[in-house]
Write a protein that binds this ligand. Structure first.
Ligand code: NAD
Length: 326
């Protein structure tokens, strides 16, 4: 089996080349309409969150004879599933690999925001060791709103138990596990009004796109801390910037951003994106380049599941298949 492995990061290769049943062709650049021809002669492509799997690219993959898109991610909002289904291309993903990796990073961002770590780093970099304006806030005893209480939301809730937090949850599908962890399900308005911190752990879909917008921020407590390790477009970035300026949002820890595909996983001499510039310049914002998942355990587990997903295609018994919404 030949697999075009797009957007290869050097750290990934060792986890895949040891498999002798699959011939991986490692391609350093992201999958796009300009690079898709590299999949010529391959049975499958392996893609990550920064790869373009819109309808045009999927159609071209079909023309090249590709039968399987094996994602190295849980999220699949970057894939046109309807287009793939129309060409009988199977799309598989990694449903859950290490929720603790993302949950622990969410907590890292949260504590960094509460204790003003972005400002502390900036000041000490400038050899400024004064403390004016650096007074922090405690997580202990905070009310934390968790939007999306699946694998990662629950792993995050479990960590917060150690901080005696009150947990409010919103999810159209309730989980008994979240309630066992002490979480209380409420409607979104109650969660917005009652939370000192709001952390996003839902997928990006029609219902969650720009879920946190002007209206939502206005219904929150002044000074609320926003954590997003879900997907960038769950937050309306323009609205977040305004809420940060007014103080309605006190701080934000963002591992994911709108338009991140053109920015993350590469280095830049300068940035054209004014919103990202404003976020990076804001003393109460911490931006990370979509690294919440990035631990040894997660990369190992992703590779195991991706390889099993690819091999499942040999017998046509595909596992972890994604279907378009009906
Ligand atoms: P999951 O499927 O276990 O949980 C997602 C939960 O969100 C489900 O319980 C679902 O019912 C809920 N949900 C769906 N629509 C919702 C809505 N409108 N409002 C509130 N909740 C809603 O998935 P997971 O493994 O916990 O991952 C959650 C998300 O985290 C992924 O979709 C992905 O976008 C993101 N993620 C980010 C990283 C990273 O490195 N930053 C890594 C993995 C996953």
């Amino acid at each position: 089996m030949r697999v075009a492995f797009f957007n290869t990061q050097a750290y990934e290769k060792p986890f895949y080349i040891s498999n002798k049943d699959i011939n991986f062709e490692f391609i350093d650049v992201p999958l796009s309409i300009d690079t898709v021809s590299s999949a010529h002669g391959c049975d499958a492509v392996c893609a990550f969150v920064g790869d373009d799997l819109s309808a045009d690219v999927v159609a071209e993959l079909h023309r090249l004879g590709v039968k399987h898109i094996a994602l190295r991610s849980t999220g699949y909002n970057h894939v046109d599933l309807a287009a793939a289904a129309s060409f009988n291309i199977v799309v598989t993903h990694v449903p859950s690999y290490s929720p603790e990796s993302i949950a622990e990073f969410s907590l890292t961002l949260l504590l960094a925001c509460l204790r003003q770590v972005p400002s502390i780093i900036h000041r000490t970099d400038q050899l400024d060791f004064t403390t004016a304006g650096l007074m922090g806030r405690l997580l202990t005893g905070c009310t934390v709103g968790v939007i999306g209480t699946g694998e990662i939301g629950c792993a995050f809730a479990k960590l917060l138990q150690g901080f005696d937090c009150q947990l409010l949850g919103y999810d159209p599908q309730r989980s008994a596990r979240f309630e066992v962890l002490g979480g209380e399900y409420v409607d979104l308005d109650t969660l917005y009004a009652g939370s000192d911190v709001i952390s996003l752990h839902c997928p990006l879909n029609d219902a969650t796109q720009h879920l946190l917008n002007d209206e939502a921020f206005a219904r929150m407590q002044a000074g609320v801390v926003i954590i997003n390790t879900a997907r960038g477009r769950v937050i309306d970035t323009a609205a977040l910037l305004m809420a940060l300026e007014s103080g309605q949002v006190g701080a934000a820890g963002l591992d994911v951003l709108e338009g991140e595909q053109a920015i993350f996983y590469q280095s830049h001499d300068e940035l054209a994106d004014p919103q990202l510039k404003a976020l990076l310049a804001h003393p109460s914002v911490m931006v990370a380049p979509h690294v919440a998942f990035f631990t040894q355990r997660a990369i190992q587990r992703i590779a195991e599941v991706v390889i099993a997903n690819l091999l499942s295609g040999i017998t046509d018994q595909y596992q972890h298949v994604l279907k378009p919404a009906t």
